[in-house]
Design a protein around this ligand. Structure first.
Ligand code: CDP
Ligand code: MG
Length: 715
């Protein structure tokens, strides 16, 4: 790998670095944590920050990643008495792993058990209790809470963290919080003045929430309105400040050591291979210090993790050791904290991360960053109505954040695996997700929240009208909206109450109908489709992996194959249930390994399954299996995924029925060779071709029979 040297692109305060995170000292863990806390940049401004929050209902806080915003501010506010009357401080994160790991860290710092004073809640997992006062959660989860509690009345403070990420949930949450804050301050004022002159807005909220609103009025007596804090790592506070009517913004002075940036001379062919080379080059040639590699997803991370292990075997026995630890969004909780633990003595740690390590989580000890320059992002084409998950170049802002991770504790180095002129071509900043995603899920939620005029909603960045209209259309054909664009009852309401993509929610509802009676199979399918890569096929063992997969393969397609895998695993697990917990888990991991199944993903799918099963049972949907005859299940897949149906063309490619796009079956699909006449699919991935994944063979006539309104519209 050839790297050209470039001048330091970042400079900052020079300070001697004490390696406090890495060596356990004599004072014990608590003292060490407390020392660490006191040394954070945010610690010196605690009093001022608390004062700012007291005097401003909306505050924007901008600070360098690692300055202590996420872990410290909620503790400052708790200690300053913001949790009076049993109220909570809520902190939202765009990513579940961030919410979980930060909550664990803060519980540790406070010396409490996770789930007591400090807890977290993410989709499919709630670790809070009635004693929880500082609650970390995903932005999407707080949106869901608003469905049940429109005033968010249990919170005294809501902190929207990582707002610069501009996820669609964050954007919508900001709009919602603006309304809630207004409504709450009006309710409080009205009550204090004992006036009965309410605005239309309040009246509407009152009418809709009836008794809840009354009890809220009682709770509100003499209380402060909602405090809203927006936190961001990027320097541009203006957009948030303007959105909140010129809200006050404060900057926390961070510290950043110089980082040398290196570029490649040429474009690299295979960035995974180049990353691996870079890791070992640093490991062999450079001073001690951990390495952080930015990859695009679980699959890549796990493959590089395996390759690192392989290549380590080729190093001489005497060389310094290397340990690879992964961090990505769906990593099971018990493995998440490994990334923060110092490497064992004599080891260098290489962290394989998604863009979660850009700003969401700060990992101590990093001196080297390897940045291939890519990120996986969901993009949506409103004209075609197709959403796809693509690997795309990062923005300049992201590249800077990434290199910054090398200079947090001392000077460091960043290796960009692309030429310098490539950097110049990157976009300045990432386009907000709301401008490039399928809006149907968020529109459904807005509708439930009583926002009927979605186009008129006060978005921080308005999505295009055509994207909104397309999503409304989709919700209509899925039966969630009526002809008048109102939420349908019960289908629309039921769909909104499930924590899933509307298309999956609808699939569960349809599967419960007597005609199909296959909700058991559909629950498994939806759970399995909600995780990344159930199968893993390492390049060097591709044939073995394919043979293993054949045991589960269904000639009817991938959905049935996924059901087979899930059931085979459960059967195996039950057979071994007499073993001790440890041995049982070990044997399950071995089963997965032998069958080239990703045990992490499967575990995640099982967790999701148990949660959504609970959801549908609560909704009184009829959970039954279609037994050995899979025909009703395939018909139900056609009835559910008719928006993604495709017909074979003479050359063996497919034409998507909804928009005429030419697509191909992905080589990983069990139908790749077979190529049936008509299929439904779930995922579109764009590499050199447009590939569809997760496909099932259906009968073309079923589509017209089971989704007549849609096909009538098409004609
Ligand atoms: O939010 P911000 O980026 O400003 O910083 P933070 O996440 O509050 O992190 C403050 C410090 O806590 C950093 O030095 C992290 O290394 C440390 N931290 C940790 O060691 N383990 C965690 N799970 C989270 C944070
Ligand atoms: Mg943070």
């Amino acid at each position: 790998m050839a790297h050209g040297r470039l001048n330091n692109s970042t400079s900052g305060l020079k300070r001697s670095f004490s390696d406090e995170n890495r060596k356990p000292d004599a004072f014990g863990k608590r003292q060490k944590l407390s020392q660490h806390r006191k040394a954070l940049p945010i610690a010196s401004v605690e009093k001022r920050l608390v004062e700012e929050v007291r005097t401003h209902d909306t505050l924007i806080i901008v600070g360098e990643t690692g300055s202590g915003k996420t872990t410290q501010l909620p503790q400052f506010l708790y200690n300053a008495g913001f949790c009076g009357y049993g109220k909570l401080i809520g902190v939202t994160q765009p990513r579940r792993v961030a919410a979980m790991t930060v909550a664990k860290r803060v519980a540790e710092e406070c010396g409490v058990t996770l789930g007591e004073k400090v807890g977290y809640a993410v989709r499919f997992e709630d670790v809070t209790s009635s004693s929880t006062r500082i609650k970390y959660m995903t932005d999407g989860l707080l949106l869901r809470e608003a469905l049940l509690d429109p005033y968010l009345s249990k919170y005294s403070v809501v902190i929207v963290d990582e707002a610069h990420e501009r996820t669609v949930q964050t954007d919508v949450l900001l709009g919602l919080l603006k309304n809630v804050q207004n409504a709450r301050s009006k309710v409080v004022n009205n009550h204090q003045d004992t006036k009965n002159t309410k605005t239309n807005n309040d009246m509407q909220l009152d009418k809709e929430n009836g008794s809840q609103s009354l009890s809220f009025l009682k709770q509100c007596q003499g209380r402060n309105p909602l405090k809203l804090i927006i936190m961001s790592a990027s320097l541009d506070a203006r957009i948030f400040s303007e959105y909140f009517g010129g809200a006050r913004a404060v900057h926390i002075q961070g510290r950043q050591f110089p980082v040398d940036i290196y570029y490649t001379h040429h474009n690299v062919q295979d960035y995974l291979d180049a990353s691996l080379t870079a890791v070992f080059q640093i490991h062999i040639e450079e001073d001690p210090g951990d390495i952080l590699v930015f990859l695009t997803g679980q699959e890549e991370i796990e493959s590089v993790q395996r390759l690192v292990k392989e290549r380590l075997k080729q190093l001489p026995e005497t060389s310094q050791k290397l340990v690879a630890v992964p961090i990505f969004s769906s990593l099971p909780s018990e493995q998440q904290m490994q990334v923060f633990a110092p490497a064992p003595d004599g080891f260098r740690k290489v962290i394989l991360a998604t863009n979660i390590a850009e700003t969401s989580v700060t990992i101590p000890g990093i001196k080297y960053v390897i940045d291939p320059g890519f990120v996986k992002a969901r993009t949506y084409d409103p004209n075609k109505g197709l959403s796809s998950l693509n690997v795309i170049p990062i923005s300049k802002a992201q590249a800077l954040q990434r290199s910054g991770r090398a200079g947090r504790e001392r000077s460091g180095k960043c290796f960009r695996l692309y030429p310098e002129n490539q950097f110049e071509k990157l976009e300045d900043s990432t386009k907000p997700e709301i401008k490039r995603c399928d809006l149907s899920s968020i529109i459904l939620q807005l509708k439930v929240l009583g926002v009927d005029d979605v186009i008129g909603f006060d978005f921080i960045d308005k999505p295009s009208r055509s994207a909104i209209v397309k999503s409304l259309e989709q919700l209509y054909v899925l039966g969630a909206l009526t002809d008048e664009c109102k939420l349908s009852d019960p289908v629309g309401r039921q769909m909104a109450s499930l924590p899933l993509d509307p298309i999956f929610s609808k699939a569960l509802i349809r599967a419960s109908e007597t005609e199909f009676n296959c909700l058991e199979e559909m629950l498994i399918t939806v759970a399995m489709l909600s995780v990344e890569s159930i199968f893993f096929a390492p390049r060097e063992k591709l044939n073995e992996a394919r043979t293993a997969m054949k045991c589960f393969a269904s000639p009817d397609g991938d959905h049935l194959t996924l059901v087979n895998v899930y059931r085979a695993f459960n059967e195996f697990s039950e057979k071994r249930s007499d073993l001790s917990k440890e041995k049982h888990e070990k044997s399950l991991r071995k089963w997965c390994k032998d069958n080239f199944i990703n045990s992490r993903s499967l575990k995640h799918a099982r967790d999701i399954h148990s949660q959504i099963r609970g959801n549908v049972e609560q909704m009184d949907l009829h959970v039954a299996s279609c037994g050995d005859d899979m025909l009703p299940f395939r018909r139900c897949l056609a009835a559910s995924f008719f928006l993604n149906a495709a017909l074979k063309q003479p050359e063996g490619t497919y034409r998507a029925l909804a928009n005429g796009q030419v697509v191909r079956i992905h080589p990983s699909s069990v139908l790749f060779h077979e190529k049936p006449e008509c299929i439904v699919f779930n995922e579109l991935v764009e590499t050199n071709h447009k590939y569809i994944r997760n496909t099932t063979r259906v009968d073309y006539l079923w589509l017209h029979e089971l989704a007549p309104h849609f096909y009538a519209m098409q004609n």
